[in-house]
Structure formats: C-alpha cells, structure tokens
Design a protein around this ligand. Structure first.
Ligand SMILES: [Fe+2]
Ligand SMILES: [Fe+2]
Length: 189
C-alpha cells in the first residue's frame, strides 16, 4: 500500500459514510443522520491532518504544478474546517443544519475528486514506488498518533468479514478491491 492508495482508501471510506448519511436523511432518520455526520467530521479531521502535516509538505516541492495544487488543497481544507466549526454550533434540528451538511459534502466531494483526478496522478509521475511506500508509513504513523484505525489493525481480518463490512459501510468500488484495499478502506467499528 503506497501513500496515494492510503489516501484514496480514506476518501472511499468517507464516500461510504456520505452515501449512508444520504439514505438516513432521505428516510427521515435524524438520529442516524447526525451520527453519520459526526463520523464524517471525525474522518475528515484525521484525513486533513495527515495530508497537511505529512503528505502535502512531502510533495510540495516535487514540481511547481504540484505545489500550486497543494496550496489550493489547503484552502479547500480551510473551507471544510470553517463549515465543520459552524456545524458544531448547530443542532441537527436547526433549519440550516442540512444545508450546511450538504455544502460540506459538496465541497469535500469536489476536493477529493480533484485530488484523485489531478494531484495524485501528478504525484505518481513525479515520484517513485519506493518513496510513496515510505511516505505511506509516515501517514500511518501520524494516523496512529491521532488515535485513528490503521491498516495494521485490519489486515488480518478474513476477506469475507472485510467484504461484509465494506457492503454495510457502502464503500464504493468494493467489489473490485483486493484484501489489502478492503482492509485499508473499511472502518473496523
Ligand atoms: Fe485534501
Ligand atoms: Fe484527500
């Protein structure tokens, strides 16, 4: 598992949570919707921290165009943080809660799509497999330090169990994932 694959796994775990939030919202289950938003926020906070403290600084100097994408990424993270902070002072029953959640989801979707379609391919072209693997180790250590689950916590789970979790967690692309990708993507809880 390299650094880019680790970050994509985080993105897909959040996409699963978003799909589940949308289902809960559509069926009017406010408690479940609020729980899922709290999980989305928790995931985003760890993901933004490992990108900002480990990944972005490591890739910034690889190429000018990468540096520019990183600077844009940091501003997009800032927008997400502002929305998360504002959500923190609202109740799920407040009139603007759903609208703010929707805007947070839309801005995060835009950001992760841009990372996957533009930034990550550029990083792969400008670096190499060994370097990206070392960087994955650093991202994992940072995650662990933040108290978040890491690949090592899940890699020994049977594939059938990982597949069941991925299904329940609505992880996109799960049917074409191998054991390692599934383990990196699912949440153990
Ligand atoms: Fe990001
Ligand atoms: Fe990301």
């Amino acid at each position: 598992m390299d650094a880019v694959a680790l970050l994509v796994a985080d993105h897909n775990r959040v996409r699963g949570l978003v799909a589940r939030y949308e289902d809960a919202h559509d069926s009017g289950d406010l408690d479940e919707a609020a729980k899922l938003v709290a999980k989305i926020v928790e995931e985003l906070e760890v993901h933004m921290a490992i990108e900002e403290e480990v990944f972005y600084p490591a890739i910034h100097e690889l190429k000018d165009e990468i540096g520019e994408s990183v600077d844009e990424g940091i501003e997009e993270h800032h927008v997400a943080k502002v929305l998360i902070k504002e959500l923190g002072s609202l109740q799920p029953t407040d009139e603007s809660w759903v609208a703010k959640v929707t805007v947070l989801i839309e801005s995060v979707e835009h950001h992760v799509d841009e990372e996957e379609e533009e930034l990550f391919p550029r990083v792969r072209r400008a670096s190499n497999a060994a370097w990206l693997k070392v960087l994955a180790g650093k991202l994992g250590s940072k995650k662990k330090a933040l108290g978040a689950p890491v690949l090592a916590d899940k890699i020994d789970m049977p594939k059938s169990e990982l597949e069941a979790l991925a299904r329940a967690q609505k992880i996109p692309g799960r049917s074409s994932m191998d054991q390692e990708q599934l383990a990196a993507t699912v949440s153990p809880r």
